[in-house]
Each structure stands twice: as structure tokens, then as C-alpha cells.
Design a protein around this ligand. Structure first.
Ligand SMILES: *Cc1c(COP(=O)(O)O)cnc(C)c1O
Length: 234
């Protein structure tokens, strides 16, 4: 099978899963945006996906993302940055990423704003705050504590070039994702009560997108279910 037909088949299956989960939740099938996570896969795969109608792609490492975005600039894709972000890279990320999903501390905001205001397209950057659903103190925990979100949201709202859009989260390992995403839905309600424009919810990956959509996700980030398994050196 050619890579193109393999990607097409897997993409169709993922789109069916999303539509099925939306139907199950009583939501319109176009309520949820698919972000295909292309980390570790070559730019040629991203080009094939764009030809199959993919508009949003996710990357988690700055160097790889920057190179692919430059190589594929002709495609008009929206690049979502979904990885851990160093403050000294924030401005560079905001130069190509239309959406930065992993903002988890105030220290990132000024760099992101600087990059966003210098974008050639003048379009600014959509920001999601990454919230941790892990218990406090867990090793490798990433994301802000729910109590920190209001402060962080204000900092983003006050920054030039950034639009506060909502939340991003990853279900913790070893917990039923439905329970974690239910907690997330509560965190989102609290945030939206204070910040009415922050309605996006990026949650759900290859193995738990149905549970995320049931809990109100507006964006799912799907890698391996579309592209196949990644090299295991992560
Ligand atoms: C890699 C990654 C994904 C995609 O994971 P899959 O299980 O391959 O679908 C989603 N979100 C984040 C933050 C990731 O790093």
C-alpha cells in the first residue's frame, strides 16, 4: 500500500471516530477540529495530509516544527505548538505557530507576545493554557495548576498579539481518561466564567478522543492513529 493510501485510510477512520463521538454526545459533527500531530514524521507526510484536507497540524519540538513550517509554507497550514516551551524559544515559536497550546507559566508570555507582534502575516497567535490533570508532585508533570489559570489568563489577555482561546490538557497515565476529562470540564467552566472568550478545549489523543469529545473537547490532537507508531526513542 502506498503511504498516501495508508494515511488516507487511517485519516478516514479517525474522522469517523470523531463524527461518531460527536453524534454520541449530541454535538454537530463539525464541532470538533482535528489537529494531526506530525512530530517525528517527515514533511512529505504532512504534505500528503494537507492534500487529504488536513488544515491543522501539531508539533512538540521547536526545531523540528520550525523547519517543517518553513518547508511547507506554501500549504497555508495552521501549526499548533503542543510541547514543552522554553522561554528563550517563545518568540521564535510565535513566529510560525498560529496556535500555542502549551502555555503553562507567565514567564512565556512576553516572548510569545514579542514573536506574535512581529509576525509577517500580522495575524497574532491563539493561545491555550495547558492545565495539569496530574496530582501535585507527580514526576514529569506538565501544565499549570488549575488555581494558577486565572492569573495566567489575565497575563495573556493583556499581552499584545495574543488571543486567549482556552485550555489544553493531557489525560494522566494510569487514570481513566473519562474521569480526568470530567475534572477538566469543571476547570473549563470556571475559566470561562471569568474569561468568556476562552471556550476552546484541546483534549483527547489517539486512545482517548471519544472520552474527550464526550467531555466537551473542541480540538483533538491525534498522532499515531493517523501516522502510525512513532520511533520509540521518545
Ligand atoms: C504526541 C502528542 C499527541 C498525540 O499522541 P497520539 O497518542 O500519538 O495520538 C497529543 N498531544 C500531545 C501533547 C502530544 O505530545
Amino acid at each position: 500500500m502506498s503511504r498516501e493510501s495508508e494515511l488516507e485510510e487511517r485519516l478516514t477512520r479517525v474522522r469517523e471516530r470523531i463524527a461518531g463521538a460527536c453524534a454520541q454526545a449530541g454535538r454537530p459533527h463539525d464541532d470538533v477540529r482535528l489537529v494531526v500531530v506530525t512530530k517525528f514524521f517527515p514533511a512529505s507526510d504532512v504534505r500528503v495530509l494537507a492534500g487529504l484536507g488536513v488544515t491543522d497540524v501539531g508539533e512538540n519540538r521547536h526545531q523540528e516544527a520550525e523547519a517543517k513550517a518553513a518547508e511547507l509554507a506554501d500549504l497555508g497550514l495552521t501549526w499548533h505548538f503542543i510541547g514543552g516551551l522554553q522561554s528563550n524559544k517563545a518568540a521564535a515559536v510565535a513566529a510560525y505557530a498560529g496556535v500555542v497550546e502549551s502555555v503553562d507559566r507567565r514567564k512565556l508570555v512576553s516572548g510569545l507576545a514579542r514573536g506574535a507582534t512581529q509576525r509577517e502575516d500580522g495575524g497574532g497567535v491563539d493561545v491555550l493554557l495547558q492545565v495539569s490533570l496530574d496530582p501535585p508532585g507527580r514526576e514529569g508533570r506538565s501544565g499549570a495548576d488549575p488555581e494558577e489559570l486565572d492569573d495566567l489568563a489575565r497575563a495573556v489577555e493583556e499581552a499584545d498579539g495574543l488571543r486567549l482561546r482556552g485550555l489544553m490538557a493531557v489525560a494522566p497515565l494510569g487514570e481513566d481518561p473519562a474521569a480526568a476529562f470530567e475534572r477538566l470540564a469543571g476547570v473549563r467552566r470556571d475559566l470561562v466564567a471569568q474569561h468568556p472568550d476562552a471556550t476552546w478545549l484541546s483534549a483527547g489523543m489517539s486512545n482517548d478522543l471519544e472520552q474527550a469529545i464526550a467531555a466537551g473537547a473542541t480540538h483533538v490532537r491525534v498522532g499515531s492513529a493517523v501516522l502510525g507508531s512513532r520511533p520509540s526513542n521518545r
